[in-house]
Write a new protein. Structure first.
Length: 318
């Protein structure tokens, strides 16, 4: 997700960063979220290579793997443009105080914007999850916000410079609070998933004064960390149904007949059902015939009855 409307084009945090489809992606902040099933470091390295091939200087803040492991798979032309800031071996500068990265993770992160030099640059954070476990979330968000807004800070960089911030985030290690805070900083958010063994990136773009757009890109990463875009895989075809399977008549086991003859239909229509009252039947019930006993209801109020002089039922002959 890209950080803010004022950011210069730079890739940043995203759930493993989205596979770029252009030659040199614009600057932004993209947090990359991965999971146990779909790791995102390979995609992060693929985007780092993409930026280096565009002629950008690349700064990597390595927290989870060694410099040798991160550089593995890159050729010399890529490694020459890659500046590795090692927080993996001695994150708190205990071995050589004041020499490796003085000030710990926070100062190392803040110093990145002063080391990018002139021209477009990419900052890769490997990973945001490690930084979240060592720094308060508000402090980390403020620092990332400053990194991705260098074009608005006089004296830090030239107005036309572009700083791209990439970050790898292990989504399953954090609650909704930190994830939401980091997402609010990003302009592009990429979520890595897949199906049938093929990886896909769900890319959410946020642009100022525009509606967010969602795009799904299928891709694979080659051994040299080049991105290869692919078409969406076809779902497994369902086995064809047996054309010779006899069809079952749904009316076979019914307890009533759906097909009536003409005489049966006439008899059905002429039948009077018990709940149907004709006018003759109503008159017979209301007016008893000769010889039939009649009944009367007598009511004698007692002393405890509440007599209402204006009772509307007083005139009833009960």
């Amino acid at each position: 997700r890209h950080l803010s409307p004022r950011l210069t084009p730079s890739e940043g945090l995203a759930r493993p960063p989205p596979p770029p489809t252009d030659n040199c992606p614009n600057g932004s902040f993209r947090p990359s979220h991965d999971s146990v099933e779909w790791e995102g470091r390979s995609l992060l390295k693929a985007l780092v290579k993409k930026s280096a091939l565009c002629g950008e200087q690349v700064h990597v803040l390595g927290c989870e793997v060694s410099e040798e492991e991160f550089r593995e798979g890159f050729d010399s032309s890529i490694n020459n443009r890659l500046v590795y800031h090692d927080l993996f071996r001695d994150p708190l500068s205990w071995s050589k105080p004041g020499k490796a990265l003085p000030g710990g993770p926070l100062e190392a992160l803040r110093a990145l914007d002063k080391r990018t030099g002139s021209g477009p640059a990419t900052i890769a954070l490997d990973s945001l999850s490690w930084l979240l476990h060592h720094l308060p979330c508000p402090i980390l968000c403020q620092t990332l916000h400053a990194l991705s807004r260098q074009d608005s800070c006089p004296g830090d960089t030239l107005p036309g410079e572009q700083v791209r911030v990439l970050g790898l985030l292990h989504e399953e290690l954090h609650g909704p609070g930190p994830l939401g805070a980091l997402s609010s900083l990003a302009q592009t958010e990429v979520t890595l998933s897949g199906t049938m063994g093929q990886a896909s990136a769900h890319i959410l773009y946020r642009r100022p004064r525009q509606r967010p757009t969602l795009q799904t890109q299928w891709f694979s990463i080659l051994p040299d960390f080049s991105l290869e875009l692919q078409v969406e895989p076809l779902l497994e075809s369902q086995p064809p149904s047996d054309l010779h399977t006899p069809s079952v008549d749904p009316t076979t086991h019914l307890t009533f007949n759906l097909h009536l003859s003409k005489k049966e239909r006439e008899a059905k229509d002429s039948l009077t059902l018990p709940f149907q009252f004709s006018s003759e039947k109503q008159q017979a019930l209301l007016r008893p015939g000769l010889g039939q006993a009649t009944s009367h209801i007598f009511y004698e109020p007692d002393a405890y009855d509440d007599l209402d002089q204006e009772d509307p039922d007083d005139d009833l002959d009960v």
